[in-house]
Write a protein that binds this ligand. Structure first.
Ligand SMILES: N[C@@H](CCC(=O)N[C@@H](CS)C(=O)NCC(=O)O)C(=O)O
Length: 218
C-alpha cells in the first residue's frame, strides 16, 4: 500500500492504530496473535493492541500458509492470552480493553457493521496473495512500529506473506517504548526492525525488507 493509501486507510479508521489510548494493567503472560495483514478483522485487533500499548507475538497465517495455519482452525484473527484461546475480532477487542485498558472499547471499534465496513475499506488495497516460502529466523525478530504507517505495513506484509513470526513491539504515539528503543539502540527512528540473531538493527521499510529478503528470502 502506498503512503497515500495508508493515510486514507488511517483516516477511514479515525486514526486508530497510530496512538496509545487508555491503558490498564500489563499482561503477566504472553499474547500470541494468529492473523494476516489483509484481513479487516485482524486489523481491528492490531488497532486495539496499539491503543493499549501491548506487545504481541505475531504468527502470520496468510492464505495457503503451512507454518502456523495448521495450529489453528480458521477464521482469523485468533488470540492466545497466556494460554487462553480467544476467537472473533470483537470478542478479542473486548477482552483486551477489559483486561489491559479502561474497559471502554474505542468508538471506531464499536460501531458494528460500520467498523467492519471501514476496516474492510482500509484493508481493500492489500494483496491477499498466497504464502511465499522463506527461512525461519533462529532468534525472534522484533518490530517497533504502529499499525498505520505505510513503512511499517510494508515490513509486516513481507513478514506475513513469508509466515515469519516476530515480536511486535507496538509503538503508537505516546508509547514509552520509543524511549526504550532510543536507550537500547541510540536511535528513536520508526519503524525499527531488530534481528538479534544477525546483530542487525534496520530502520525504514526499504532497508528492513532488503535485509529480510537477503537473510530469509528464498
Ligand atoms: N467474525 C469473524 C470473521 C473473521 C474472518 O472472516 N476472517 C477471514 C479473513 S478476513 C478468515 O480467516 N477466513 C478464512 C481463511 O482465511 O482461511 C471475526 O470477526 O473475527
Amino acid at each position: 500500500m502506498t503512503r497515500l493509501g495508508s493515510a486514507v486507510a488511517t483516516a477511514v479508521r479515525f486514526g486508530l492504530g497510530g496512538r496509545v489510548g487508555a491503558t490498564g494493567p500489563r499482561p503477566t503472560g504472553e499474547l500470541v496473535l494468529y492473523e494476516f495483514e489483509a484481513c479487516p478483522f485482524c486489523r481491528k485487533v492490531r488497532e486495539a493492541l496499539v491503543w493499549l500499548d501491548l506487545d504481541v507475538t505475531m504468527r502470520p497465517c496468510p492464505p495457503g500458509g503451512t507454518r502456523f495455519r495448521p495450529e489453528r482452525v480458521p477464521p482469523f484473527p485468533q488470540l492466545v492470552d497466556d494460554g487462553q484461546l480467544i476467537r472473533e475480532s470483537s470478542v478479542i477487542v473486548r477482552h483486551l480493553v477489559e483486561r489491559y485498558g479502561d474497559g471502554h472499547v474505542p468508538l471506531a471499534l464499536r460501531l458494528g457493521p460500520l467498523t467492519t465496513l471501514s476496516s474492510g475499506l482500509a484493508s481493500l488495497a492489500l494483496p491477499r496473495g498466497r504464502a511465499i516460502a522463506s527461512e525461519a529466523p533462529a532468534q525472534p525478530l522484533e518490530l517497533f512500529a504502529d499499525e498505520t504507517s505505510a513503512e511499517a505495513r510494508q515490513i509486516r506484509q513481507w513478514l506475513c506473506a513469508r509466515e515469519i513470526a516476530y515480536r511486535w513491539r507496538t509503538c503508537g504515539r505516546g508509547s514509552a517504548k520509543l524511549a526504550e528503543l532510543a536507550e537500547r539502540t541510540g536511535r528513536a527512528e520508526l519503524p525499527a526492525l531488530l534481528d538479534p540473531g544477525q546483530g542487525v538493527d534496520v530502520r525504514g521499510a526499504g532497508a528492513a525488507v532488503a535485509h529480510l529478503q537477503r537473510t530469509y528470502g528464498r
